[in-house]
Design a protein around this ligand. Sequence first.
Ligand code: 0XW
Ligand code: MG
Length: 382
Amino acid sequence: MGLGVWGSATFVWVTIREIRVYGVPLETKATYNMSNSTVATPVSTIVEIVDADGTIGYGEACMASPQFQPEHNDGVRSSLSVLAPAVLGLNPLKLSVIHTAMHAAMTGHAAGKAALDIACWDLIGKKLGQPVVDLLGGAQMSAVTTYHVVGIGPADAAAAEADRLQAEGITRLQLKAGGRPIDADIASIRAVASTLRPGTDLAVDTNRGWTTAEALQVSNACADVTMSMEQPCATEAELHHLKGQIRHPLIVDENSVDLASVARMISSGLASGFGLKITRLGGLTAMRAARDLCMSARIPMSSDDAWGGDIIAAAGVAMGATLDPQLSRGAWIAHPYHQNHYDEINGPRIDNGYVTLPNAGPGLGLSIDEGQFGEPIATYRR
Ligand code: 0XW
Ligand code: MG
């Protein structure tokens, strides 16, 4: 870091001197099923970006399964062989410059870009002595509501799980569906709905798993159930076909791939809400813009990622805390489904349906020991 003087003010000068990349396996605790995949042991990609004085900013991207999203964990790490050299020597505070450099170096690969973007936010927070949540606009709630997934399984098991979760304080349930006979999905929805306590919100998420005919059939069969339908079909065109025909609010997850798609689906009236993923959009910088769009259009959203450890969780919860509480669909973290904490004390965890922001210090608020991820897979130096 350099310290400059401008009139009577001093300003910090930060330069990315080194980038280290790690692969950390995150084993699932219990079976985690989506319509088209089972999450096993995804290897999360962690990046450390290092300033001249040794201060480290941490970023993370972890793809849940090869089927869930178009990117793959091996691809995330390999994209960093192009992206990391492109940002070495730049000032992480200048996020527009960072993103222009990354886009000039490589098309697509939003997850690798997101890992570097998150690390920039963490490093800048540390250099300025500010929490990332404040840099993103400030927390509008001290603890962020989380939601919990009920995986695909028999109706009675889904209902028992939904009941157990509500007893633990969870007020938002996401029931997975799809990839099996439609009657089984309808039975699970009805069984879970019968457990709902006042104030519990139910979203049925097929992760692109139904045809439009199946989605319509479910919506009609469950017309009396208060729920939303999250990404019931694969494509935006299919969602347009459903809109106006289904009896439930439509939440868009996988089709919200960038700022342009979020803006389009708000202005066309397609999305009643979003499940936004930081790594799919390309980082906290893009999420911040999408958040501002959603908040100004009064569209609820969640701040999530598909999997990952404390770093991506801290980023997601920081963003989630800045939402207008009325428009927050919550922040999802993967921790209940896997064993790992990078920071045993401050790593985000769920307590009574809420996640508090880690506050070990500025930046993302995590205390991570240098070297705890072992030997880097790759190191890029200036
Ligand atoms: C519940 N999530 C945020 C995590 C899963 O991996 C997928 C995702 C979703 O909403 O589809
Ligand atoms: Mg979803």
